[in-house]
Design a protein. Structure first.
Length: 382
């Protein structure tokens, strides 16, 4: 049963009291679900607030394409439930599952929303925030608030539930979320083309203007040879017609699926950082040309809109300047394992335009007036 706005289920009482106590003492809280995204942003201050016990499916209506789930629910559990009904989260949330101190770390639904990360299909189907219909939140005053709902056309004015996507926990504790889900596409195929980065971008731009069932793309180099992978999803007739039109090689389905999963979860060899290396993420217009940059070739996703670079320390400033010159931006996403992650600008507010920054700061003051949630996660004052 869902709670009415401001009316918290009784089992949230201990959590609410913990937050009120922390606010009264001025003690910051470190919100954590599975802990798989601890590498993002700055070093978090405060006492640990573990949300893994806040788990479970609240409601699921397959015929309505809506599921409501508590924030601490493992993402894998939700996806398994949806798969039983032939449904999915189309934006393919990455799983940064890992092992720390001998114990497995598994991502949660709340962490998925708070991080706001999307997988290979993002450019074709939308991002996490596009699928958030509603959410429950405990703010810094210890008030349980509910936003949105469980249908698409239910929002008038400012949609706070979607603001939570990518907020990294600085606005409050997400207790549950309602998500739009979609049926799994009836057909899928992957095509492979040998080409360099410039040719890959040219082809993607040309195909983007055609009625093709494009779902995801990835270009990268392997042993000096560039390869463009293109995933098609949709009606069987549309996918087969596109395969005949586009040509290319067609990898075996299981092999292709494993490659896309490894890309989604950043498990490809490309993402294995050596000591002293940094992973940078460039968000660019899809039509931007290949950047003239003295660095190893990038890995290109989202039909050219997302490009990953593995750089040596100190090279990032040049990449940032190049990204800005073509209408985009570049930020450091991660450092090599074992190296300090503090001061990573991937979650910095310092680069925002002043009006947008003022909005971020006003939201923070309204939801967390004592500044107790995930202090230090977003650099630049939040």
């Amino acid at each position: 049963m869902q709670s009415a706005p401001g009316q918290a289920p009784h089992d949230l009482d201990p959590l609410i009291e913990r937050i009120r106590d922390a606010a009264a003492r001025g003690v910051p809280l470190c919100i954590r679900g599975g802990g798989t995204k601890d590498f993002l942003g700055g070093t978090i201050e405060g006492e640990l607030l573990d949300l893994r016990e806040l788990a479970g499916i609240v409601s699921y209506e397959p015929s309505e394409l809506v599921v409501t789930v508590r924030a601490g629910t493992p993402l894998a559990q939700l996806e398994a439930l949806l798969a039983q009904q032939g449904q999915c989260l189309p934006f393919e949330p990455p799983r940064h599952d890992a092992v720390a101190e001998g114990a497995p770390l598994a991502g949660t639904v709340g962490g998925m929303v708070a991080a706001g990360l999307s997988g290979p299909a993002r450019a074709s189907v939308g991002s996490v925030r596009d699928y958030v219909l509603g959410a429950g939140l405990i703010n810094g005053r210890g008030e349980h608030l509910a936003f949105g709902g469980t249908v698409m056309k239910n929002v008038a004015g400012y949609d706070v539930s979607r603001v939570l996507a990518g907020s990294m926990g600085v606005l409050g504790v997400i207790t549950e979320v309602s998500l739009k889900v979609l049926p799994v596409a009836p057909a899928e195929a992957t095509l492979a083309f040998a080409c360099n980065q410039t040719e890959a971008l040219r082809r993607l731009n040309a195909w983007g203007g055609q009625p093709l069932p494009l779902n995801a793309s990835c270009w990268g180099e392997q042993d000096g040879q560039g390869w463009l992978l293109l995933r098609l999803r949709g009606a069987t007739a549309a996918v087969e017609a596109a395969c005949r039109q586009l040509g290319g090689d067609r990898p075996e389905a299981a092999q292709a699926a494993a490659s896309w999963t490894a890309l989604r979860d950043m498990q490809l060899p490309f993402f294995a950082l050596a000591p002293g290396q940094e992973l940078w993420r460039a968000s660019l217009p899809q039509t931007a040309p290949a950047l003239a940059f003295d660095a190893p070739p990038p890995l290109v996703e989202w039909h050219g809109g997302q490009r990953w670079y593995v750089l040596q320390a100190g090279q990032g400033r040049r990449l940032q300047d190049l990204a800005v010159s073509v209408g985009g931006r570049a930020t450091r996403f991660a450092r090599a394992p074992g190296e300090a992650q503090d001061a990573a600008p991937a979650l910095s507010l310092d680069s925002l335009d002043p009006p947008l920054r003022r909005i971020h700061e006003a939201l923070k003051r309204e939801f967390d007036p004592q500044g107790i949630f995930n202090r230090g996660r977003l650099l630049g004052g939040l």
